[in-house]
Design a protein around this ligand. Structure first.
Ligand code: FMN
Length: 266
């Protein structure tokens, strides 16, 4: 399965088959998590922890996650760069897991921190902020169906509400060179499906903005930028991220985050 198929097909999985990951898959995932591409810096750590369901110990996810044996734990620092990098980097792991036939679910709210943090210590400045189960999906539980329905998880905002040109004056037309990369961004997961990302295109440059919907909006935007960048890579484009000292255009509600310039002539 190529990366675009993974982006299109991925969904959050909350019901699992209860089996532990094999040692080979654990190693694969951990090795991948260690070498994810991070153009932003920041401070975060990705760990993989097993919980022995046979002993009857289940860490609390307030009923959201059923029969997961293995969980990623993500510690991160409390600054914008770390949030952007965590979103961008852990989403690479989420997509890799999907390519290996494994489901995940970013979880920032519905878990009891002390159950998962037990015995862990984090580098200075970092704390456990996110967990994600990982394993083979089982049939969706009733709870999962209800959760997805109440979050509107299948819905995404239309292209015309998210992507703009001409200093936000015009919605982007569908013949932009970034069409497909933006379509893949549009499909990204976000907390409460809030889709805070907004984009302003200026020729070969993409400026990423976000709507401040929650403390997770920058991290969410990092996830979207991961989908964008994976698509650029898939089509053989090269480009670089950079931050402008002042936003390229002001918007009364949206905050400027980062820019990307495509550097090849393809
Ligand atoms: C940063 C982040 C935090 C999330 N936190 C939770 C959570 O606490 N509980 C939960 O059930 N789902 C959580 N989700 C999953 C979202 O609800 C889900 O991604 C969204 O509804 C879109 O659905 P999809 O991932 O199936 O496309 C989170 C997602 C992200 C990206």
């Amino acid at each position: 399965m190529d990366i675009l198929e993974a982006i299109r097909e991925r969904r959050s999985v909350r019901s699992f088959d209860g089996a532990a990951l094999s040692e080979a898959v654990r190693k694969d995932l951990l090795a991948f998590a260690e070498k994810v591409y991070n153009p932003f810096g920041g401070h975060f750590s990705i760990r993989l922890k097993s919980f022995n369901l046979e002993n009857g110990y289940k860490p609390t996810t307030y009923g959201m996650i059923k029969d997961a044996h293995d969980f990623f734990l993500i510690g991160m620092a409390d600054d914008e760069t770390s949030a952007l990098a965590t979103g961008f980097c852990f989403e690479q792991v989420v997509l890799k897991a999907w390519q290996l036939g494994l489901g995940t679910c970013w979880i920032a709210a519905t878990f009891k921190g002390t159950d998962f943090d037990n015995g862990e210590s984090w580098p200075k400045g970092e704390a456990l902020k996110i967990i994600s189960p990982v394993g083979k999906a089982a049939k969706k539980s009733l709870m999962e169906k209800i959760t997805r329905l109440s979050l509107g998880s299948r819905n995404r905002k239309p292209f015309s509400e998210l992507f703009f040109t001409d200093g936000f004056k015009q919605p982007l037309s569908s013949d932009s060179p970034f069409d497909e990369a933006l379509e893949m961004l549009r499909l990204a997961p976000s907390s409460t499906n809030s889709q805070p990302w907004r984009v302003l295109i200026d020729n070969d440059t993409v400026h990423f903005y976000y709507v401040l919907k929650s403390r997770l909006s920058v991290l969410d935007t990092g996830i979207g930028i991961c989908h964008f960048y994976e698509t650029e890579k898939y089509y053989g484009h090269t480009g670089a991220f950079y931050t402008l000292p002042t936003p390229p255009a002001n918007h009364d509600k949206w905050k400027y985050l980062i820019s990307y310039k495509r550097e090849d002539q393809k």
